[in-house]
Design a protein around this ligand. Sequence first.
Ligand SMILES: [Zn+2]
Ligand SMILES: [Zn+2]
Ligand SMILES: [Zn+2]
Ligand SMILES: [Zn+2]
Length: 575
Amino acid sequence: MVLFCVIMSLSVKCQSCKNSFVIEDGDLGFYQKMQVPAPTFCPSCRFFRRSIWRNEHFFFKKKEEHTGNFIFSSYPSSSKVKIYEHGYWWSDKWDPKSYGRNYDFNITFFEQFSDLLHSVPLCARSIENCINSDYSNYATNIKNAYLCFNATDSENVSYGFRFSGSQDCVDFYETKDSSLCYETFSIVDSERMFWSSDCANCYNLWFSSNCRNCNDCFGCVNLRDKKYCIFNEHYPKEEYEEKFKKIYDGSFLRVQEILKKIKDLKIKFPMQYIHGNRNKNVKGDYIYASNNALECFVIHNIDNARFSQFVRHSKDIYDFTNWGLACELIYESANCGENSQNLKFCYECWPSSHDLEYCVECHSSSYCFGCVGLQKAKYCIFNKQYHREEYFSLRAKIIEQMNTLPYISIDGLPYKYGEFFPPEFSPFTYEQSSASDYFPKNNHSEISNNYDVEILSSELPEKISNTNDSIIGKVIECQDAQKCAHRCVSAFKITQMELQFYKHFNIPLPRICPNCRFYIRMEKLNQIMSRNGVCMCKNNSHDHTNQCSRKFKTNYSSNNPQIIFCEKCYKQEIY
Ligand SMILES: [Zn+2]
Ligand SMILES: [Zn+2]
Ligand SMILES: [Zn+2]
Ligand SMILES: [Zn+2]
């Protein structure tokens, strides 16, 4: 008798972009486990749709419902959603269940949900246990943070984006368990890092990238276990220190020259097709300590995942964007985390929530369907309380109605049970959402320029030693003056915390605003969707003649001038 093992995979045409995409046998198993239909949008369109529902780093001034004051919020004033200030929202002075309503089987689910979303006040900022950090958002356990976003367990930080366990850093992006970082990108377990990127376990590195276990290096690329190197060349300690002083004098002009030099230098070195380590069977980019994670992007400690981005310490997740931490069985959800299980089509639901579907800003709740703003709730539908049996029977009827009476989106696509919320009901426009960061069209500034500039950027001193405390709080003109594609806000200020940092490390004052700095840093991030690539190695001493022909999926854009190697060639060259 012959036993056949049938591997099934399905080629499906995306409703939205009309490109075909493949649903693998294993994927179908996950959808069955989650009791959801297979997706009708391709992975890229699904990520775009979730991204429209996320604002990662914009602040808006919006009227607060309770006091009528204008306050900083995640939600823009142009959006019809209502907001309460953080303290009031979390208090028991209002009852989200008072907005509860009966389900109307003559109207589509999504239209009724949109109505509820615009009635129940949302929380102005998504923060938890933040001290002296009024201008930060999407943050947990942070202290003395200024203009920081997507932050956890950190202290004394300014202009940081997506970081955890870090202290005393300024202008940094993707940082884990590090301190004293400036103008850094993707740094793990390191200290004293300046203008450096993609480094781990390093100490006192300047203008360096892709180094591991190194200390005291300047302008280095791809080094392992090295110290006292300048432009990849080793010197005795004393000579290194002398040379360092000659090259780096702390002047703004010199920094620009060095940045130009290392940019030209870096593209001469090979890079591995994927960023990450300690992985088994992974595809995507920036993947660390993960198993069986395909088409994922910026994930740490993940088991069994597909199509997920920016998630930590979770397992069995598909189409999950942002956050995690002890989460399990999450599908088509964003900004959810902290010990939550079985969430489908949810946004901003945390902590310890489970069995939620189509919920927004519900916390410590379970068995809720189509609810907004609930806390510690169970068996609710459209914010109305039911008994257990009523809940399950009404839920089944609504799912049936969603399939027989689908919502038709403004671009004419049917939305049945199994789709994430349509983009048109998001509180954010494309420009206000993270979709504009990951699918950029033209990020010209739409922010009106109404600052009274006190100091022109050209008037700033060359070196920090020529600056005193009088600069703190002054309105400085951004050198880019909104002529760039960086959502330039045209002006900026220097804070006390920042100035102290610059003085301590002899760093010149920045000339451009935080948005310009953010978007320039973000240009280092590879694209979210992978493409087919082939190893560019031509080293004849490897196991190949002429060019290595090994193929891979890579997230380096085809426009990137970097030399990309397969894992085998890269390891032979670098380690
Ligand atoms: Zn598509
Ligand atoms: Zn600017
Ligand atoms: Zn190769
Ligand atoms: Zn090779």
